[in-house]
Design a protein around this ligand. Sequence first.
Ligand code: ASP
Length: 320
Amino acid sequence: MATEHNIGIVIHGGAGTIKRDQLSAAQEQSIRTDLQAALDAGYAVLAAGGDSTQAIIAAIQLMEDSPHFNAGKGAVYTKPGKHELDASIMRGSDLEAGAVAGVSFTKNPILAAEQVMLHSPHVMLAGTGADTFSKAKGLAQVTNDYFDTEARFKAWQEVDAKTKAKQQEQAAAKDVLDAEFKFGTVGAVAVDQNGDLAAGTSTGGMTYKAWGRIGDSPVIGAGTYADNRSCGISATGHGEFFIRYAVAHDICARVRYQNVSLQQAADAVIMGELKKVGGSGGIIGMDPAGQPVMVFNTPGMYRGYKTPQQSVVAIYDDED
Ligand code: ASP
C-alpha cells in the first residue's frame, strides 16, 4: 500500500556570501526568473506523472544552461584558468547512483552522471574518461571556453591578483578560497507520484581550485544522497568540509536511525556540526512525504520549492 505523500521538488543555485548590496535589481530579477523556470520545469515532469529522476534532471539542466550559476555555462575557473565540472545523481528507490568528476567538454554534466548511473557498471567516472564516455553516449560536447563568462573571469582575476600579491602561495590560496567563497552550485531533490526520491548536484567547483581538485558535489554521500527510507539531499558549500563530514549521508542516516525529522537532522548537521568548524554552506532536502527543507549557515542561498500547495523562490537569509 502506498504511503501518503505529495509530489514536490526543491532546488538550490548555491549558498555563500550573497548580500543585497552585491546584486543589482536586474540581476536579482533574472536569477529569480531562472530559479522559477527550473522549478516549473521539474514540477511539470512530476505533475505529468513523470519520475523524480527526470524531474531533477529537467531542473538542473536549465540551471546548467543559465550563466547565473556555477554549473555548466557560468562555471568558475580553476587556478590554471580552465573549467572542470562535477556532477552526481542518485535514486532513492534502489540506491543506484552515477557521477562524473573533472569533465571539461561535456555541456551538461548532470546528463553524463545519469548515463553513468544507467549504462555503466561504475558509480563515478573522472576526467578524460568521463568526457569520452559522455561523447560515446551521444551527449553534446563543447570546447572548454563555452563555459566562460565575464563575471566568473573577473572573480578568477581578483583571486589571482590577491594570491600573487602574497608570498606564501599555498597559505594564501587557502585563505582566498575561504574568503572569496561565493555561490553558484546547483542541485535538486524531488519525490514523484510513486513516492520515489531522487537527488542531483552539478558544479564548476570553487574559484581558483587546483587542477584536478574534486569537491563534494560528485561524491555520493557528501554532496548528494537519496534513500526512500529517509530523504534526498543536495548540498552546496565548501566541499572539503562536506566530504569530511559526509554531510548528505549523515543527514539521511540521522533521519533513519535517530527518529528525528529531516529539518532537525539538517539543522543539527549544517547549523551545528559544520558551523562549529567553519564549514560554510547549506543543503536542500525532501522527505518521502514531499516535505521540503532548505538549511544554510551562509548569508544566503539561491533556493526554491514547489509542491501542490506552494511555490517559493528565495535568495537571502531573511526570506521565507
Ligand atoms: N560544493 C562545491 C565544491 O566544493 C562548491 C559550491 O557548492 O559552491 O566544489
